[in-house]
Design a protein around this ligand. Structure first.
Ligand SMILES: Nc1ncnc2c1ncn2[C@@H]1O[C@H](COP(=O)(O)OP(=O)(O)OP(=O)(O)O)[C@@H](O)[C@H]1O
Ligand SMILES: [Mg+2]
Length: 503
């Protein structure tokens, strides 16, 4: 079947040049974000339409349009003079074997076609065994990036609230959990701030059931081994102690750690209290207050529960549900502690390759905050910098990219960006990623819910796609205002009935 010509390259002030090709659309439809191709002396050029302009010579002069007015269309074939000009950005050129940068322009008059599906797949380096995230807009091609390309150099999913980040993450989790042994399975550990992924752990008959591959841990039940908490974390955590008080506390902890190594076993807060008793009274009182605070958190035990080996298993999703925690500090410590332990365990090859998913990442890796509030920042930054070598990946999710540490964001080599309208956030993304120019940033602000742009390591060029429908059960948080109002009212009715019956 011969392909139908979409348009013809025209000569303008800017081009055709190796970086800009404009064409007039002859037949069919061109859209912003569509891939087109044309053959010329260098090979087959692939380009993306990034602007469309309609022109009509009859309507160019406001004075004549005003004078002749409606008569114009009656007496002249004005509509026949309407043209659609598509402005396209060349992305690369296929030669026999290679995909090269475009370094030479096609000639005016060259015929432009809608890009061939196979060419798009090859050009974007999509993978048949990759992660099916959805469908590329205007083409019958699934957005299936390769797993390593997508995650190994870290992924950031950025968008304003309600644009579909968690939905897109759920689709990604489904893909990760559906992989077979032969395809390679990684462990996924999700720090779930709002309990949006706990639904993966619940058995279901109406949706795809991932409960046998998911472990949900309520963060309220987590215990961290006091003996194993890195000194620097405890130091930041106890920021309101004086240097003298800290020195004494750490001396006691070191002493107990030594004893532990010689066979006494792990220690707890009570063991520290017995040592504190020996100190001079003023110091002892201050330290006891600090220990009271630690005890109230109900977070420290003799050993880790769960252990890193339990949470990082190939093909398993571990959801650490932080939703029930009120203390921000406790959330920070849990994320910091497990990130550090997981990364160390991975460096020693004690756990499988993993992806660490951090929701509301701007709270854990903020651009600027007092150190004691961002306990996990240094570890997550280290993973962003060095994780690639050890196959420890980050998936960072944020609705406030502006507040996310720019160095960490720059280390996320793939970005999936859904709708963002805040100009500060858009500027921040522009700073950290080369793929976003003013054209693509205007496209990002006009995306609808569930539409996304992916760019960076995973694909050869920024590409727009529609996130596919999820097959797992929807998050319980996805109720509408009406639904929850009705639920509240019916619960209240029931309660009133029960009270009436009781009385
Ligand atoms: N690809 C999609 N297909 C269908 N519905 C979608 C899609 N993406 C998002 N939605 C719907 O849009 C709503 C918001 O999505 P989601 O909770 O993922 O947003 P979010 O970006 O995570 O928001 P927040 O920042 O508040 O967490 C949900 O009701 C979800 O069902
Ligand atoms: Mg969300």
């Amino acid at each position: 079947m011969t392909k139908e010509v979409l348009g013809t390259v025209v000569s303008t002030i800017e081009g055709p040049s190796p970086s800009r090709v404009d064409f007039v659309v002859n037949k069919g439809k061109a859209h912003k974000g569509m891939f087109v191709e044309l053959s010329y002396s260098e090979g087959t050029m692939i380009a993306m339409v990034d602007e469309l302009i309609k022109t009509n010579r009859y309507f160019e002069r406001p004075d004549s349009v005003k004078t002749i007015g409606e008569e114009l269309e009656k007496n002249f074939p004005a509509a026949d003079w309407e043209f659609l000009i598509a402005k396209a950005k060349p992305l690369g050129v296929f030669t026999d074997k290679l995909i090269q940068r475009s370094t030479f322009p096609p000639s005016p008059g060259a015929k432009v076609y809608v890009a061939d599906d196979e060419h798009i797949k090859k050009f974007l380096k999509l993978d048949e065994n990759g992660m099916n995230l959805g469908q590329i807009q205007f083409h019958d091609v699934l957005m299936k990036p390769n797993l390593s390309k997508l995650l190994q150099k870290h992924l950031a999913i950025l968008a304003m609230s309600g644009a579909g980040k968690s939905y897109c993450v759920s689709v990604l989790l489904e893909e990760l959990l559906s992989r077979t042994d032969e395809q390679g399975q990684i462990a996924v550990i999700a720090f779930d701030t709002h309990g949006e992924y706990t639904c993966f752990g619940e058995p279901t008959k109406t949706h795809t059931d991932f409960s046998s591959k998911t472990r949900v841990i309520d963060a309220r039940n987590i215990k961290l081994s006091l003996a194993k908490i890195p000194r620097y974390l405890l130091d930041k955590f106890l920021s309101n102690l004086t240097p003298v008080q800290k020195r004494e506390l750490f001396r006691i902890i070191s002493k107990l750690s030594q004893e532990m190594k010689s066979g006494v076993g792990p220690f707890n807060i009570n063991a520290i209290r017995s040592e504190v008793k020996e100190l001079e009274p003023k110091l002892a009182t201050a330290l006891n207050f600090a220990l009271d605070d630690l005890e109230r958190l109900n977070l420290f035990g003799k050993i880790d529960d769960p252990s890193v080996l339990e949470i990082a298993k190939p093909g398993q999703l571990t959801v650490i549900d932080l939703n029930g925690l009120i203390s921000q500090k406790k959330k920070q410590l849990i994320v910091a502690y497990f990130s550090e332990k997981l990364f160390n365990a991975r460096r020693q090859m004690r756990v499988p390759p993993f992806a660490l998913l951090v929701e509301e990442a701007h709270n854990f890796i903020p651009e600027s905050t007092a150190a004691e509030h961002a306990l996990a920042k240094s570890t997550l930054r280290t993973i962003a910098r060095e994780g690639r070598k050890f196959c420890a990946s980050l998936i960072l999710i944020s609705q406030r990219p502006k507040r996310l540490d720019v160095t960490t964001l720059a280390n996320c080599n793939t970005n999936i960006i859904l709708r963002i309208t805040n100009p500060n956030d858009l500027d921040h993304i522009k700073q950290s990623s080369e793929g976003v120019d003013s054209n693509s940033s205007s496209m990002i602000s006009s995306l609808r819910v569930g539409e996304a742009m992916i760019m960076g390591e995973a694909v050869s060029a920024p590409t727009f796609f529609k996130v596919r429908e999820r097959t797992s059960a929807p998050s319980k948080h996805e109720t509408t205002l009406e639904e929850s109002a009705k639920k509240f009212a019916s619960n209240k009715e029931k309660q009133d009935d029960e009270i009436a019956a009781f009385l």
